[in-house]
Design a protein around this ligand. Structure first.
Ligand code: UD1
Length: 345
């Protein structure tokens, strides 16, 4: 039984909470810090119902270094950090760039600043396929060119990758693994935790499940005139539990000195490109529930098509996306129904 303590920043959020479950089930002891700006404290109950263990929790903001200093004092022996604490809405980042740069970069700088003195061996950073922009060739590998970011959100991911690389090149006594997520979707199979966006969802799946249950009248499909087989955009939708498992492997790799380089980068996707219209069909077939939808104009800033070549993660991490898209859609639907049962929405 491993007992090392792992700090999960943003651990009550969507990907964070699923990762906490997988860490606990792998025997790690977890402390979460979250400012609850885009998540709810009741997520801790969901985690506890799944694993039987309530993770340690600090309500606080990682942009405040004194809060982090106190956390390291109160919870000694943290050996790894997984950093999910960040703002993530592309559109909002266009309106509030300073908030995005401050939140995402100050958090990272504070963590990097404290890791050495606190004896933390490694950090896993949540990056994004957004760093590839509109790729010239699909699927994208880790060696595909990085394109100029099209939003402050995307830029914070690029800059964060560079900051981590620079800090480690300067001799920092820890390692890093940068995980470039494609489109995380679905929920835990228990339906105890899932995605819970504030307000009107911007992302496809929460909008789709809210439409299926009747909260939204219809789903808008943003464009059917792209250069794709059915004209709608193509993404690589990766099950959130599969994604969470990759974080446990990454932590383990750094803590057991298996990293092949001080900074490693992995794409986390399925390798399958799926269009918006295909995704709606898969949801309807998997759940038997119709999703009213209409084609509208393109959304500004959308990428036409991007999907992963996950070979490197498959071979080096021994990780592979396993869930079928149909099962993933059923999990998203079960979660939406659970929210209804609980009277959340
Ligand atoms: C975006 C970001 C990604 C970020 C993610 C998290 C880019 C290029 N991508 O992903 O980096 O991590 O948000 O917030 O900046 N769609 C509809 N109708 C809807 C909503 C979405 O048709 O109501 C379509 C979109 O046009 C897109 C697909 O569904 O083709 C997925 O959209 P979304 O879930 O918002 O994710 P991305 O834009 O791919």
């Amino acid at each position: 039984m491993k007992k090392e303590r792992i700090l999960v920043t943003g651990g009550t959020g969507y990907i964070g909470s699923h990762t906490v479950v997988e860490l606990q089930q792998a025997g790690y002891s977890v402390v979460i810090i979250d400012n609850l700006s885009n998540s709810n404290i009741s997520v801790l109950d969901g985690i506890e119902r799944i694993t039987g263990i309530r993770p340690d929790f600090v309500e606080g903001d990682c942009t405040d270094i004194d809060t982090l200093r106190k956390l390291f004092t109160d919870y000694p022996g943290i050996k790894g950090i997984i950093n999910f604490a960040a703002s993530k809405a592309v559109g909002e980042s266009m309106q509030k760039p300073i908030l995005y740069y401050r939140n995402n970069l100050d958090t990272l700088l504070n963590l990097l600043d404290l890791m050495g003195p606190e004896g933390v061996k490694g950090i896993v950073f949540s990056s994004s396929c957004t760093v590839y922009g509109e790729p010239d060739v699909n699927p994208v590998t880790e060696k595909s060119p990085i394109k100029k970011a099209t939003s402050p959100y995307g830029n914070t991911k690029q800059i964060s990758e560079e900051i981590i690389t620079d800090v480690i090149a300067a001799g920092a006594p820890f390692k890093a693994i940068l995980l470039r997520y494609f489109n995380p979707v679905g929920a835990h199979p228990s339906a105890e935790i899932g995605e819970l966006p504030n307000g009107v969802p911007q992302n496809l799946i929460p909008y789709l499940t809210q439409t299926a249950i009747g909260i939204r009248k219809e789903l808008s499909v943003f464009g059917n005139d792209y250069d794709t087989p059915d004209g709608s955009c193509i993404r690589d939708y990766i099950n959130v539990v599969d994604l969470a498992k990759a974080h446990v492997i990454a932590v383990e790799r750094m803590l057991t000195d298996k990293s092949e380089a001080p900074v490693e980068i992995f794409n986390l996707g399925t390798g399958n490109g799926v269009s918006v219209l295909e995704l709606i069909n898969t949801f309807e077939e998997a759940t038997g529930v119709k999703v009213p939808h209409k084609i509208v104009g393109r959304r500004a800033g959308d990428i036409e098509k991007v999907w992963a070549d996950p070979t490197y993660a498959n071979e080096v991490l021994g990780w592979k996306a396993e869930a079928s898209l149909a099962d993933t859609m059923r999990s998203a639907w079960a979660w939406q129904q659970r929210l209804r049962e609980r009277g959340v929405m």
